[in-house]
Write a protein that binds this ligand. Structure first.
Ligand code: SF4
Length: 397
């Protein structure tokens, strides 16, 4: 007769195909205090809150899952996580630690992160965060004139000043943070202004997300081949400014690519298209896997992307459902099409199903505008620049 831990270990050895879980994304509240015009979330005006009663069942499911085979991050995300009070997270973190003591027999470690618009950060939040291994992701689109064009509060007012106040709190308290900037058509004329803004404010750990056609944002300002040319110039110029600068910039997109190139590593999937690398859980305990963006949306083709509920289904039990099998099969077909047809596959891993669905109407497809921006143009720019610096361009073999 196996003990419960021996049974979990057995299931882990039998379920190596999926996972390991690297990221658990939890929605503490569907509400967001901002109303950004490019947001994909349909329910960001509703105040649907996660009950503390769900925290133990959620983490019992994670810790006892065959897909929990490594350390992972718990990210509070979507709507705005700081619309929940600090007392909620104090209790939630305590329950998570206690659940870990009970069920995390292998003692995988976990840390916390928040993805926030930064407007509600105060000294009290920083005092709380300093007690935990944690990092904060702040959404800021660069200088005020770019940020405030899209990131409005619910009365139509600007949010940049409050977001910067939040970042200053993080800096003053030495709390690790990074920023994500959504690149819209408006950003593309201002690479120098973006660079100068981040340099002057000593914000060095950056990431760029493209404005995507997704969810209720049914059209991106980046659509069109002329815009793709402008984006190429934007990336070329940003690369030039970064490489000429002596400042300690870390740009997620450049670093990921350079790391793969220099270490001669290649990808055959991403966390977004591999089951159970990412677990997404909404305020009702409904869960999904693949892209976090899929959790809160519905489509005519697939309905919603909820595979189960933490109170009634184990993570592994959903693998046998028709819904999971259909979506996974289509995502796999899309990745295979990428592998067969795209020169960039090894640096990409076949992209994200949500982009393929929203742009091409099916997961079983390959190229999207998003991947041209995020992977193809970026790779061309970085490889050209590296080749030029090494004197191995086509004109100078
Ligand atoms: S760059 Fe696009 S087409 Fe190429 S592998 Fe990635 S997702 Fe597929």
């Amino acid at each position: 007769m196996l003990t419960s831990q021996e049974k979990i270990n057995y299931l882990r050895s039998e379920n190596q195909e999926f996972g390991p879980i690297s990221l658990v994304v939890i929605q503490p509240n569907s509400f967001c205090n901002l109303d950004c015009d490019y947001c994909y979330l349909p329910d960001r005006n509703l105040k649907n809150k996660l009950s503390l009663d769900l925290i133990e069942p959620i983490f019992k499911s994670i810790f006892t899952s065959p897909f929990c085979r490594d350390n992972f991050t718990i990210c509070w995300h979507a709507g705005e996580p700081l619309t929940m009070p600090i007392s909620f997270y104090k209790s939630a973190f305590e329950i998570i630690e206690n659940t870990s003591k009970k069920y995390n027999q292998t003692e995988f470690s976990f840390n916390y992160s928040y993805q926030t618009n930064g407007t509600l950060i105060t000294q009290a939040w920083c005092d709380f965060w300093q007690q935990y291994p944690l990092s904060i992701g702040v959404s800021i689109d660069g200088p005020a004139f770019l940020h405030d064009a899209h990131r409005k509060n619910r009365k139509g007012g600007n949010s940049h000043e409050l977001t910067m106040r939040g970042i200053k709190y993080l800096q003053k308290n030495n709390i690790p943070y990074n920023t994500i900037s959504v690149i819209t058509k408006d950003s593309l004329d201002y690479p120098d202004e973006m660079f100068n803004f981040f340099a002057e404010n000593e914000i060095y750990d950056l990431a760029f997300n493209m404005e995507e056609t997704e969810g209720v944002n049914d059209s991106s300002s980046l659509n069109g081949s002329e815009i793709e040319k402008k984006y190429r110039y934007f990336i070329e110029r940003f690369w030039q400014l970064i490489t000429e600068s002596k400042l300690p910039f870390f740009i997620r997109e450049f670093e990921t690519l350079i790391s793969l190139i220099y270490h001669q590593k290649r990808l055959n999937h991403t966390e977004m298209n591999h089951p159970f690398s990412i677990i997404n859980i909404d305020y009702q305990g409904n869960f999904s896997t693949f892209d976090p963006e899929l959790l809160s949306v519905k489509t005519p083709e697939y309905g919603d992307f909820i595979f189960g509920n933490i109170l009634t289904d184990s993570l592994e039990s959903i693998c046998e459902t028709e819904k999971f099998k259909r979506i996974y099969q289509e995502i796999k077909t899309g990745v295979k099409l990428c592998a067969e047809n795209c020169h960039y596959f090894g640096l990409c891993g076949g992209g994200a199903g949500s982009n393929k669905y929203w742009e091409n109407g099916t997961f079983a497809s390959s190229e999207t505008q998003t991947c041209r921006y995020r992977i193809q143009i970026l790779t061309d720019v970085v490889l050209d620049a590296i080749e030029q610096s090494l004197g191995v361009t086509a004109n100078n073999p």
